[in-house]
Design a protein around this ligand. Structure first.
Ligand SMILES: [Zn+2]
Length: 301
């Protein structure tokens, strides 16, 4: 099998998160005053772009609207980066990650992902889960704290497994959820449950959704996925023989085995649309396929 080394979107992670400075308010304030510092202005799950260019999403501290401020870190050149979360009704030109990331560098894609995932967590954790009091930003945005009972709350990340299953003929198992348009197929995925390993989650999810029993689960790569707070754990797994797939009718309405030739032909004809290059699902499919599938022109997952 040919393994492609295409890097995963959102996974470069080459900004220094400056963990050692998070609790130093004076240091953070000095960075905010530095003309080299740059800011992402986040509204809900979108980033503000400049009036002059929709490809320019870095603002300066002086130009950024007021809001909660979170330290992201420093880029590879040492420039400090913040995110500011503004109110949901803020007027401006805001764009989604799906619009911005294809034109961004891998370093900027990681920072955009960090900013949007963090801002969404803050937006939905305004109150203490223990006592209900309003919480406050702490550690430059890496934490929220409850002033009433002193409890600390940390950004949540939800691990999900996503798996490319092959049979004894090296066909790949892909499925379609009811909400997806006809012809859209992807690898199978599901959240890891409490007390479960990622490998166990793969076996359970595939059995539940497609009615086949897999073994030889191998974890291949992980990808932060800020829609809103997942960590996708990409895996491969195998089944013995060539069992019929049986979609559960709830999570999956179709589950089909594809040989490389069948998938190539189906994608080329437009009968099947696979996920776009942003996702680890496509990375898994390309890894199995051993090259580039024909371009289906849609980045839908
Ligand atoms: Zn509390």
């Amino acid at each position: 099998m040919t393994t492609r080394a295409r890097p995963l979107t959102f996974a470069s992670g080459d900004h220094d998160r400056l963990v050692e400075h998070r609790r130093d308010d004076a240091w953070c304030q000095r960075q905010w005053s530095d003309p080299q510092t740059r800011v992402l202005v986040v509204c809900r799950d979108q980033i503000q772009v400049a009036a002059s260019s929709s490809a320019e999403f870095w603002s300066t501290p002086g130009a950024a609207a007021a809001g909660e401020r979170y330290l992201l870190g420093a880029d590879v050149a040492g420039s400090v980066r913040f995110a500011v979360r503004v109110a949901d009704d803020t007027v401006g030109d805001f764009r989604s990650l799906r619009e911005l990331v294809p034109g961004a560098s891998s370093s900027d894609a990681s920072l955009l992902c960090h900013a949007v995932a963090l801002a969404q967590w803050h937006a939905t954790h305004s109150h203490c889960p223990r006592c209900g009091a309003p919480t406050e930003v702490a550690a430059a945005g890496a934490e929220r704290r409850c002033p009433a009972d002193g409890s600390s709350h940390f950004p949540r990340v939800d691990p999900a497994v996503i798996v490319l299953v092959t049979d004894s003929q090296n066909r790949a198992l892909l499925g379609r959820q009811d909400a997806w348009a006809a012809g859209r197929f992807s690898t199978l995925a599901g959240f890891v449950e409490p007390g479960e390993t990622a490998e166990q989650a793969v076996v359970r999810e595939v059995a539940e959704e497609a009615g086949v029993l897999v073994s030889d689960v191998e974890l291949l790569a992980t990808q932060p996925w800020p829609f809103p707070s997942s960590l996708m754990v990409g895996a491969s797994a195998r089944v013995e023989g060539t069992p019929e797939a049986q979609p559960d009718g709830e999570e999956l309405v179709e589950a089909r085995w594809f040989s490389r030739e069948e998938l190539c032909e189906a994608v080329a004809s437009g009968a099947v649309v696979v996920p776009g290059s942003l996702s680890i699902s496509r990375w898994l499919i390309d890894r199995w396929y051993g090259g580039d599938l024909p371009d289906s022109g849609a980045d839908w997952r």
